[in-house]
Each structure stands twice: as structure tokens, then as C-alpha cells.
Design a protein. Structure first.
Lengths: 739, 491
């Protein structure tokens, strides 16, 4: 039987994307569409005392300037503003009051006939503000840190164990260091945008850039007090999101508000600069204290972190847990706190928490290896965790050892001279570094609906998303295999709030969650079809056991005798029905609770540093990933390569610089917020390590969207130390810090 | 009163209404409803808006496709020309090789960067001057992708670069003749005029003395797309043939027309301007191919940014600027052209017509440098142009050391120069002279680098220059580690 899962299948949406046919949120047409342009606050904290929009309103073609003074009052109470992923607190409510909470906060929406006019009119709106003192500097306000209330997600810090401080004090080899990481912005290439189409019956079709159409739909329905059927949210294509689309962004509220008030179709798109006024990866301070016996066994590990949150929500992520989880150690202490600043609430960004927590841990491990004079890889193997020490339970699977060995071998790690500054390439200093990565693998409740029609075509749908991750392709593959159909006969639909329910697309759990539902519903159809076929008069398949019938190329066929076969179409036709349909909901199995489920990785990096100018280049990265079953090696590899490049960005480039005097990000464009460009990308080798896991889900797939990024930044930071002998404990490592 | 006329995907467009400072990107997305071309930044940084223009005007003997950023072009900039967007590439339903390669190599994930990438690859398809691997990096460096990690894109571009398929586009290019670029739209207090002769330019300037000049628009258009300014009166220079092209004057100096684009300058530096290698070094790290296809030498100098990249290299080479007006022409050493922060010596009615560069003397040592946080597609923290001549005894007879990023204008380090002049060109002399730099400049601190860092880098550049030119007085192009793929251009 031909299968598609595990094959190097090209994207099913590739053609739409290379021809410009794929339409994104700002590209859906509507008759009489008008454009909204957002005015953001210029100060970080204060109260709006006056807004004068008269000049803007005087321009022909300007329809309205919405402000907190004239916008309708939406739902009351924090609870109704809390979307599926809202952290504890009081979510921001656009245009509901005069208070300014962060620089760039939307304070008005200008709506006009054309985008240019709206933009120009916006420049004529006069805003007076009574500013209040703001605080945006995490370091300066660390004394205000507090323990955040627990979040519903697994971001409750696990209990400390043993007596870490005592063990640390007594141990013969110790390292203690502080690590600092900056704010980063997701910067997907598509800026946030919403097009609201007002249909004739007054219902709203909302094309939004989001990772969760149903999250946005229920949020909008609640805050606008609308009927469930009144608002439908669509996002067939999303130009990247990386977590920034998990929660509804403010432009969707503004666009719907304007459309409802004006009874006109409205588009609101953010500019690249405005992309720096939404959520971000929080700046975080960390201190790692690691102690070991002389033979390298960890005796104590203390991981302390203080991260930023906003004044109105307690965002927190899983930063410190990794230290108790990734290595074997009996004495572990965690401390995780946040400081509320006058910035917008941070948001999950690719591998939230792990990105920073594992960075600090893995750099500290490197420092410990130096202190012990053992090879950094050897140190990891000495302390290899066979069990999850935090939860005290086994892993559902963990092929990290294979990751280490295969990647080290391919990289040539055994040739490394441990002495820093010892390896050269002409005038350049060469450094080799490595690190470990881990990321959780979860499955959530999800549903999928499938319809098999008399022409032998299968249509499967679920309200999930494809933010570039390849959901369209992976689901098509899974569905095709479950029914033995060629890919061309299967379509998968997503990005529509009216479809079978699915969780937001994030946390690398889409394949595990929605994939399981798709697999299950197609298997359901398979049994129904077989049953139908066997009930037909004179059925060639009568009385065969299910395992004796194969589904192949749109046929049901007896394994033992290929001449005994029926096409799907024949079965439906002879049974006198024109289609078979079903919807199935899948949930994580009970076995889940007995195991810890993680993906793992090892990354090895080579850097070359110009000692005169401090310029750093990553020249080579080899990474091995253990992520369970791989649905499509082609898209998987591509995900991992993209992640590695994110790691390079985090290590060397990405930095949202805050001017604390203004309380504002000043690197708020792609000229100053550096992401890697074409020529920054080195030779990258991805090894997908074989890993069987029967517990995570029926497919055995763990998800690969995030694991690839985790180990890369620390591997590079460690390589920079090896090249130069300098420990730069603050990201990004830029040339000025090295000189 | 001109009508905007151009061919969009081979369909003729005529538009008498569109305001001339509408960007080509907004025209395509909002008016033509061709949303395949994306907006990622509206400031030339991401390449999502890349489209291709067929240019037969620069060199009628060799028309070429130019990938450009539609977000920084005002619509009259395509007057008379052929513009191709992602929607126009399929022929009879079949994907263009650049599209097919992207599907096959999985060059897109979320797909938002993809149309721009395909258009940049489309230009690469028809390039016949791809000889070195770095050229492909340069071709693609203006296209940001946040998803794929670039390698699949590189593989895809690699498949098609330089293949010159025998297709409609190649035929269109072969048949192309210079377009009628003239465009005049004028009313009380507003105008956009694109004259096509020097005489018409002087007439336009006389008629609209308040008008701003625009050439490639890569600096000026930002006022519209980022600052939301209204530019009521504009006079465009790119249609004036007298201001374009490179050559050699009767006195043997090289002459570079002010409206010469940086890609054309780059090509010239690999040909007739080969003696000016320091320029080539700088151009390799200048912006992106899309920007360089529009950005001009004159625009870069007249913008008078303290971190403009061409000025230090040109000053070091001893360049002069030729300023012309209806009344005549005058010539100034380039360093005297910059008066203060973003202020030049241009008088009302004057345009920068050309840059003149003497042929460097045979034994001269020279090099130019650009140091930025991100190597490609970044603004300099510090740029330098360094030039030293020595006599047979080894003493320094002529020295020009020019820096960008160190002061309010690009400027020479007079103290450093004085400390080197007349001394033997040795490491000891260089070390002894370096402290003078601290007297020459008081650089500022910003997110591109601290004052201390800039000072340190400037010193290290002079040191590096000494070492680099010790063996070869004119070090060739810097080692530019390019893609790991090999370049096999199919003839
Ligand atoms: C993404 C991006 C990256 C960039 N990277 C770099 C870089 O790496 N290094 C760098 O130095 N610059 C860079 N720039 C700046 C810019 O590209 C250059 O300065 C370019 O050379 C300007 O040329 P232009 O023809 O586009 O100028 P325009 O925008 O047309 O004009 C610029 C100014 O010069 C005036 N002007 C133009 N031509 C003349 C003339 N002949 N006579 C009198 N006045 C004239 C105009 O009135 C205007 O004030 C970058 C810009 C962008 C958008
Ligand atoms: S939109 Fe980013 S370069 Fe034009
Ligand atoms: S594919 Fe998403 S930005 Fe390139």
C-alpha cells in the first residue's frame, strides 16, 4: 500500500503561494470597502485629556474618527474580555477608556475611503495627554518582582527538591552566572490585518490574521454581545505568526467595531512599526548556580528568573523548569518572578520560556564543563536524565542520546580542541559549541469532520490553522493514508470558525491534536465504508475480516485476492447514497498522565569571529531532533532549518531596544530590528532521529515547530566563548560586546 | 497633462486619475486588485513587494529585467515601462521555472515572502552576468523570510539562476526599445514632472522652483510611506539621459553620471571602472539588489546622510562633484559638498550632474570598509575609505582618510592624515598616528554602536588597512563567504 505519511511530499498549497493566489487577511475584497488607520499613543503612560479630530473629519472621504469618547461601550468585566489564552489579569480593551498603558497603545481609529486618506487624516488628529511617569526597565525595577499567579497552562513552577543551597555551598566545583536576554518581536512577514465584510443580512465575515479562528470568534462574539451566528472568522492563509496570533490582536476589535458602527466593510492593517506595539517575547533576567562533584555529577542546580509582564496582565512562561527536567539532579531550587512594566503584555513566541530558560541553563552547563575540565558533551551524558525529575515519572520516549551521538559525529566534535582561541581559519578565530534542547509535546482535544462523496473524493475539515507550518499538507497526508487515497483526491479545509472545533495552532501540538482527529474520523469512515460494502448484495468482500481488506487507490480490495475489489464510488452508488460523513473528537489518552512527553534536540555550531572588528559569523550548524514520528520529512526539515535560523537571530541579532526615557521601542522597523538575511545562513544539517512513541498519540508524532530553535542560541553563545575566550552573557552577542 | 501609461503583465494600463505619489505597491494592491505583491514594511527592508521592471532605457543595446521594491516607487517611475508581477508569470497555465522551483524545493512555508522571492528569482533567471557564488546571495539578500531559514529558497534560486529560458519574457526583453518616460502632471501648487532632456529639466525647475528633486526615490519615498508627508511638487531626474552613465572624460578622469544606479555602477566597477575597486567593495554590502536597482549615486550623495556609504570611498579616491544649473556648471571636491548634517553645497536650481574620479596612481594603496551589525542589508555603524600614496623611499606623499558614521557629515580625518603624511608607511607610523583620530571625531552613541565602539572600529579599520595593503596595495574584493552551494550557471 502506498503511504504518504513519512514521505517527502511537496506542499499542497505550494501552487497557490507561488502564483499570488493565496489571499491573506488584508487581501479579501468587499464592495465599498473602507480603510481604518490606527493612531497609537506617543507616551507610555498617562491619560488622554482631549482628542481633536475636527481637521481630519473635515476632509472629504473621512467617515469617522473613533476614540474612547465616541466608541460604543463593549462588554463589562474582565472575564468577558479574556480569550482562550489570556493570562490572569484585566485584558486591554481598545477605545474603552482614557487611560494609556503603553507606548503605541491604539487610541483612535481613522476610517476613510482610501488607505492614503486615512493615514493622512490620522496625521491631523490632535491628541492631548496628561503623561504619568512610566517604568520600562526590568533591571531598574527588579526589586518589585513578585510571584505571578498560576496560569492554566503548565507554567506553574514545579516544587524545588532536596536542599539546593546547602548542596551548592558544599560542592567542590561551582559556577554561578547571570544571563540577560532582550525583548524580541515575532515579526512575521505579514503584518496583522483584518478585513471585515458586512454581509447583506448584517452578519460579519471577519478575515483575520490569527492562529485561532475559533478563539477570535468567541472573543468577538462575547465582547460585542453578538449572537453566535452573527460573526464568522476566516483565516485560510496566515503569513507567519510564531505565537503572535494566538490571542486576538487589537486591530480585529477596531475593525469589527468600525464595521458595526458604520455598517460598512472595513479593513484595518497594522504597519511594520505598529507591529512593535503588540505582544513580544519578554526580557528576562536569570541566574544559574550549578555545582558538581569532581567527576561531573550535578550536585545542585538553582535557576532564578525575573521576567517582564504588563501592569494589567500577569503573563508568565516556563523558564526555570527546564533545569530540573533536563539533567539528573537531586537538589534543585526554582524561583520565577515577574515585574509589571508599562509595556504591552508579552506573548508566547516560538518556544516561549524554553528559548530563554534553556539558553541560560545550557550556557551555564558549558561554564561548568570548563570549570570541571570535561568535554561539554561528556558533561551532558554524565548527567543524562532517564526520568523527568520534576514530575517524577518516565518519559514516553527520549532519544536524546541518539541526537547527541549522531549530531556530534556529523559535526566532527571529537576534533575540537577544548582550549579557547585555539582554532583558527586564517585571521579568523574559530569556535565550536553545543547545547541541548527540549520542548513539551502535548495533545489537546480536537475534532475533525470528513465527507466521502460518490465521486471518490474525500473532504476533511477542522477549524485549525496553517501559519506556514504545513497543516494543509500534513492533514491531507494523514487523511489520504487512512483511506488509501491518492493525495489529489483529498482536500483539507481549515481556518474557518464554522468548522469542527480545534485548538489554536500553537505549541507544536497541531499534528498531535488535529492529526489525531483527522486520522480517527477517516478510520471511522473506513469502517463504515467496509460495512456498507460487505452488506451489498453479492459483495466480493463479504465476510472478510477488516484486516483482510486493504484500502488502496480508492479501492477496497481483498488482500488475499486482488481481483475481489470494489471502488469507493461503486460502494456508495450501489448502496444508494451519495456521500458518507462523520465527525470525530479525539482527546489525549489516559496513559498521558503517567508519562512526561517531550521532544529533544542537540545542536552543534561553528562560528568564525574577526578579532579586529568583532564581527561574528555562524558558519555551520548540525542539529539532531527526536520528535517522534515524522509525518513529512520535507516540511519537517524545512521547519527545523527555519528554527535554526531563528536561533541564529536570537544569538546574534534580534533585539527590540527600548528607550527608557521615552518608554518605547526604538528599533521598530526591519532596518533596525535585525533578523537574519539570506547571506547570514550557514551550512545547516538536520538529522531527524528515529523515535517510536506509542503514548503521545495514535500517530506517534510529537510536533516539530519549536524544538528546532531551543538549543541553537546557547550552542552559538558557547561557540563564541570557544572562539574568543569571552563569555558574553547577554543576548544578542553583537560586535560591540565582543570588541 | 500626461496620463500614466505602462504595461502591467503585458496589459496596457492608462490612468489619468491616480495621484502621482501613490506607490506602485498601493497601486497594485488597492487599485489594480493584484494582491499577489505583498507589503511587509513599506520601506525597502523586506522585499515582499518585489516586482520586475523591464529597462531598455539605460542601455538600449542590452535591455534587462530589474527586480525593484514597489513600495518605494511612485507610479510615474514606471511610465512607459513594462512591469511584471507574480500574477503575470504563468504562461498558458504553466508555472514559470522560478515558481516551479519554489514549489519543488519547498521554498515557501507561510508564503507571504514568496511572491517577492519569486520575482527576485525571476530576475536571476534571465541574468547573464552571474559568475560568482556571492552574486546569488546578493540577488536574494533583499528578500526577508521569517519561516524557511532561506536554504530551500537558495536551492530553488540556484536551480533557475542564469538559465535564461527561451520564453515570452526573453522575447519581450529582446524586442524591448527605450520607453517614452516623459510624464507631466501639474496643477496649482502640485506637480510631478519627469522631463526627458536637460533643457526640459531646466525649464521645469524654472517653472517650479519649490519642487523637490527625486531620482531613484529610495530615500525620498520614505517620507511618504513612513512619515506620511505630502510631497506636493516633485521633479524626477531619471528621464534625463545626460545625467546617466559612466565614461571617461578628455582629461582621463572617470565620470559617473548622477543618475547612474548602483547596480550599473557595480557592473561598471567590474568593467571600465575596474581601477576603482574600493567602490565595488562597498557596493557589495550596500542595501539589496532591489534597492541598488533604483538607488543612484547622486541620490546617495545628495541625501547627505552621515552614514551614506559611497561618500567615504569616493572622498578617499579624490572625487569631485559636478553641479549644474541652467546657468552653467561648477566643480567641487566631494568633501566640500557636505556642509553640515544633511546639508549640501547645492544652490537652488542646481542639480548634482556627475561625480568625477581621478585614475588612482599605480602604486597607491586603497580600500574601503563598511562595518555594520548585520553584514548584509544594514546601515553602517562606521564606513571608511582609505587611500595612501608613497614615494620610492617609502614615505607617505598623499593620504586621504574619510569616515562615515563618525561625525555629522562624511568627513576626512585631517589629524590622522597629518600624522601620516611624510612618514614612512610602517606599522609603527600607523600606531603612532592613530591617537590623532580621537581629535578628529567625537562620534555619537546610538543603537548601531556606542561612541567608544565607533572610535575603536575606526582605529581598527586603519590598522586593518595597513595590514591588508602591506602585501597588495589594492586588495581585491574582500573574502565574502558566500552560500555553501556551488554556482553552476547554465550557459
Ligand atoms: C532598505 C534601504 C537600504 C539602504 N541601504 C543603504 C546603504 O547600505 N548604504 C547607503 O549609503 N544608503 C542606503 N540606503 C539609502 C539610499 O538607498 C541611498 O541613499 C540611495 O543612493 C539614494 O538614491 P536615490 O536615487 O534613490 O535618491 P532619492 O530618494 O531619489 O533622493 C535622495 C535625495 O537626494 C536628492 N537628489 C537625488 N538626486 C539628485 C541630484 N542628481 N541632484 C540633486 N539632488 C538630488 C533628492 O532630492 C532627495 O533629497 C538604503 C535605503 C533603503 C530604503
Ligand atoms: S514592502 Fe518591504 S520592501 Fe517593500
Ligand atoms: S515563507 Fe513565511 S516569510 Fe517566507
Amino acid at each position: 500500500m502506498t503511504t504518504h505519511v513519512g514521505e517527502r511530499v511537496s506542499r499542497v498549497d505550494g501552487r497557490a503561494k507561488v502564483t499570488g493566489k493565496a489571499r491573506y487577511a488584508a487581501e479579501h475584497a468587499a464592495p465599498d470597502l473602507v480603510h481604518g488607520f490606527v493612531i497609537g499613543s506617543a507616551v507610555a503612560r498617562g491619560t488622554i485629556t482631549r482628542i481633536d479630530a475636527s481637521q481630519a473629519l473635515a476632509l472629504p472621504g473621512v467617515l469617522q474618527v473613533f476614540t474612547h469618547e465616541n466608541a460604543p461601550r463593549l462588554a463589562r468585566g474582565d472575564k468577558r474580555w479574556r480569550d482562550e489564552l489570556a493570562p490572569p489579569g484585566s485584558p486591554f480593551r481598545p477605545l474603552q477608556d482614557a487611560e494609556i498603558r503603553w507606548s503605541g497603545q491604539p487610541i483612535a481609529l481613522v476610517v476613510a475611503d482610501s488607505l492614503e486618506l486615512a493615514r493622512h487624516a490620522a496625521s491631523l488628529v490632535r491628541v492631548e495627554v496628561a503623561p504619568a511617569p512610566h517604568e520600562t526597565d526590568l533591571e531598574a525595577h527588579r526589586e518589585r518582582a513578585y510571584k505571578p499567579p498560576p496560569h492554566e497552562r503548565p507554567s506553574v513552577t514545579p516544587p524545588s527538591r532536596g536542599s539546593a543551597d546547602k548542596a551548592f555551598a558544599r560542592a567542590p566545583v561551582r559556577v554561578q552566572a547571570e544571563y540577560r536576554v532582550p525583548v524580541e518581536h515575532h515579526n512575521p512577514m505579514e503584518p496583522f490585518a483584518t478585513t471585515v465584510v458586512v454581509d447583506e443580512d448584517g452578519t460579519l465575515t471577519v478575515y483575520d490574521k490569527t492562529q485561532g479562528v475559533q478563539n477570535v470568534q468567541s472573543y468577538l462574539t462575547t465582547i460585542f454581545g453578538a449572537e453566535a451566528g452573527e460573526i464568522r472568522v476566516l483565516a485560510p492563509f496566515v503569513g507567519g505568526a510564531f505565537g503572535s496570533g494566538l490571542r486576538p490582536q487589537y486591530q480585529v476589535v477596531l475593525a469589527v467595531l468600525a464595521a458595526r458602527q458604520l455598517q460598512r466593510s472595513v479593513r484595518v492593517a497594522l504597519t511594520r512599526q505598529q507591529m512593535f506595539t503588540i505582544g513580544h517575547r519578554p526580557t528576562t533576567w536569570q541566574r544559574l548556580s550549578l555545582a558538581a562533584t569532581r567527576d561531573g555529577a550535578l550536585a545542585a542546580a538553582i535557576h532564578e528568573a525575573v521576567a517582564e509582564t504588563s501592569r494589567f496582565e500577569d503573563y508568565s512562561e516556563t523558564v526555570v523548569d527546564w533545569t530540573g527536567l533536563m539533567y539528573r539532579c537531586d537538589n534543585v531550587r526554582f524561583a520565577h518572578e515577574v515585574v509589571a512594566l508599562d509595556l504591552f503584555t508579552p506573548m508566547d513566541m516560538r518556544a516561549p520560556g524554553a528559548m530563554w530558560g534553556v539558553y541560560a541553563l545550557e550556557c551555564a552547563m558549558d561554564e561548568l564543563a570548563v570549570a570541571l575540565a570535561v568535554d561539554p558533551l561528556e558533561l551532558r551524558l554524565i548527567n543524562y536524565a532517564e526520568h523527568d525529575g520534576n514530575e517524577k515519572r518516565p518519559y514516553s520516549s527520549k532519544e536524546l542520546r541518539a541526537c547527541y551521538h549522531q549530531a556530534a559525529e556529523r559535526f566532527g566534535w571529537s576534533q575540537r580542541d577544548p582550549e579557547p582561541r585555539s582554532m583558527r581559519d586564517g585571521d579568523l578565530l574559530v569556535g565550536w559549541g553545543m547545547a541541548t534542547g527540549a520542548w513539551e509535546s502535548t495533545q489537546r482535544k480536537a475534532s475533525a469532520r470528513a465527507v466521502l462523496t460518490a465521486d471518490g473524493r474525500l473532504a476533511v475539515a477542522s477549524a485549525t490553522e496553517d501559519i506556514g507550518t504545513g497543516t494543509y499538507t500534513a492533514m491531507t497526508q494523514i487523511a489520504a493514508d487512512a483511506l488509501g487515497l491518492p493525495l489529489e483526491r483529498v482536500t483539507f479545509k481549515l481556518g474557518d470558525s464554522a468548522l469542527a472545533s480545534a485548538p489554536v495552532e500553537g505549541g507544536s501540538f497541531t499534528v498531535a491534536s488535529v492529526g489525531s482527529a483527522v486520522d480517527a474520523v477517516c478510520r471511522e469512515l473506513r469502517s463504515k465504508l467496509l460495512k456498507l460494502a460487505q452488506q451489498l448484495e453479492g459483495s466480493p468482500l463479504a465476510r472478510l475480516r477488516p484486516e483482510d481488506v486493504e484500502f488502496i487507490g480508492g479501492l477496497l480490495r481483498a488482500r488475499a485476492d486482488p481481483s475481489r475489489a470494489l471502488t469507493f464510488a461503486e460502494v456508495l452508488h450501489r448502496a444508494g447514497i451519495d456521500h458518507l460523513a462523520d465527525e470525530v473528537t479525539t482527546r489525549p489518552s489516559k496513559a498521558h498522565e503517567k508519562y512526561s512527553r517531550y521532544t529533544h534536540s542537540a545542536a552543534f555550531a561553528e562560528v568564525k569571529v574577526d578579532p579586529e572588528l568583532g564581527t561574528i559569523r555562524v558558519t555551520r550548524v548540525v542539529t539532531a531532533i527526536a520528535g517522534g514520528r515524522v509525518i513529512n520529512p520535507k516540511t519537517a526539515e524545512s521547519q527545523v532549518i527555519g528554527s535554526v535560523v531563528w536561533g541564529i537571530g536570537a544569538a546574534l541579532q534580534e533585539h527590540s531596544v527600548i528607550d527608557h526615557a521615552l518608554g518605547r521601542f526604538i528599533t521598530h522597523n526591519l532596518a533596525d530590528y535585525h533578523v537574519p538575511v539570506h547571506a547570514d545562513v550557514p551550512d545547516i544539517e538536520v538529522i531527524l532521529v528515529e523515535e517510536r512513541d506509542e503514548i503521545v498519540n495514535a500517530l506517534g508524532a510529537k510536533g516539530l515547530g519549536e524544538i528546532g530553535v531551543v538549543a541553537v542560541a546557547p550552542a552559538i553563545a558557547n561557540a563564541v566563548w570557544h572562539a574568543t575566550g569571552k563569555r558574553i552573557r547577554e543576548l544578542p552577542i553583537t560586535l560591540d560586546k565582543l570588541l | 497633462m500626461s496620463i500614466l501609461r505602462f504595461h502591467l503583465n503585458d496589459r496596457p494600463i492608462e490612468d489619468a486619475e491616480v495621484p502621482p505619489t501613490t506607490t506602485l505597491l498601493n497601486y497594485l494592491r488597492q487599485r489594480a486588485h493584484l494582491t499577489g505583491t505583498k507589503e511587509g514594511c513599506a520601506e525597502g527592508d523586506c522585499g515582499a513587494c518585489t516586482v520586475v521592471v523591464l529597462d531598455a532605457e539605460t542601455d538600449p543595446a542590452a535591455p534587462r529585467f530589474r527586480a525593484v521594491n514597489a513600495c518605494l516607487m511612485f507610479v510615474p517611475m514606471v511610465q512607459g515601462r513594462r512591469v511584471y508581477t507574480i500574477e503575470g508569470l504563468r504562461q498558458n497555465g504553466a508555472l514559470h521555472p522560478a515558481q516551479a522551483a519554489m514549489v519543488e524545493r519547498l521554498g515557501s512555508q507561510c508564503g507571504y515572502c514568496t511572491p517577492g522571492v519569486v520575482m527576485a528569482a525571476f530576475e536571476a533567471c534571465y541574468r547573464e552576468d552571474l559568475h560568482e557564488p556571492w552574486q546569488l546571495d546578493d540577488q536574494m539578500c533583499g528578500n526577508l523570510c521569517r519561516c524557511t531559514g532561506y536554504r530551500p529558497i537558495r536551492d530553488a534560486v540556484h536551480m533557475v539562476a542564469g538559465t535564461c529560458p527561451e520564453d515570452l519574457f526573453k522575447r519581450r526583453r529582446a524586442e524591448a526599445t527605450p520607453a517614452a518616460l516623459e510624464f507631466v502632471r501639474a496643477s496649482a501648487g502640485r506637480c510631478y514632472m519627469q522631463p526627458t532632456s536637460l533643457a526640459a529639466l531646466w525649464a521645469a525647475i524654472a517653472e517650479r522652483p519649490q519642487a523637490r528633486l527625486v531620482c531613484g526615490g529610495t530615500d525620498l519615498a520614505l517620507l511618504v510611506t513612513q512619515r506620511y508627508q505630502d510631497l506636493p511638487e516633485l521633479i524626477a531626474l531619471e528621464g534625463v539621459p545626460e545625467l546617466r552613465g559612466v565614461g571617461r572624460a578628455a582629461d582621463g578622469w572617470f565620470e559617473i553620471g548622477a543618475t547612474t544606479t548602483l547596480t550599473d555602477l557595480e557592473a561598471a566597477c567590474m568593467g571600465p571602472l575596474r581601477p576603482l575597486t574600493p567602490l565595488l567593495r562597498i557596493l557589495r554590502y550596500f542595501a539589496s539588489r532591489q534597492i541598488k536597482h533604483r538607488a543612484t549615486v547622486g541620490g546617495n550623495l545628495c541625501n547627505a546622510s552621515p552614514i551614506g556609504d559611497l561618500a567615504p570611498a569616493l572622498i578617499a579616491l579624490g572625487a569631485q562633484v559636478v553641479l549644474r544649473s541652467a546657468a552653467g556648471a561648477r566643480t567641487l571636491p566631494l568633501e566640500q559638498f557636505f556642509l553640515a548634517y544633511r546639508k549640501t553645497a547645492l544652490q537652488p536650481g542646481e542639480v548634482l550632474a556627475a561625480v568625477r574620479v581621478p585614475e588612482p596612481s599605480p602604486g597607491a594603496r586603497m580600500a574601503a570598509y563598511k562595518v555594520s551589525k548585520r553584514r548584509e542589508l544594514d546601515i553602517s555603524a562606521v564606513a571608511a575609505g582609505l587611500y595612501v600614496e608613497t614615494c620610492p623611499e617609502g614615505l607617505v606623499t598623499e593620504v586621504r582618510a574619510a569616515f562615515g558614521g563618525m561625525a555629522a557629515t562624511p568627513a576626512r580625518a585631517r589629524g590622522l592624515e597629518a600624522a601620516l603624511r611624510g612618514k614612512p608607511w610602517t606599522e609603527a607610523t600607523v600606531e603612532a598616528a592613530l591617537p590623532a583620530l580621537a581629535g578628529d571625531f567625537k562620534p555619537m552613541t546610538d543603537h548601531r554602536g556606542s561612541a567608544w565602539f565607533r572610535g575603536q572600529v575606526a582605529e581598527n579599520l586603519v590598522r586593518g588597512f595597513y595590514l591588508e595593503t602591506a602585501a597588495t596595495p589594492r586588495p581585491d574584493l574582500p573574502p565574502r563567504p558566500a552560500a555553501t552551494v556551488r554556482l553552476e550557471v547554465v550557459p
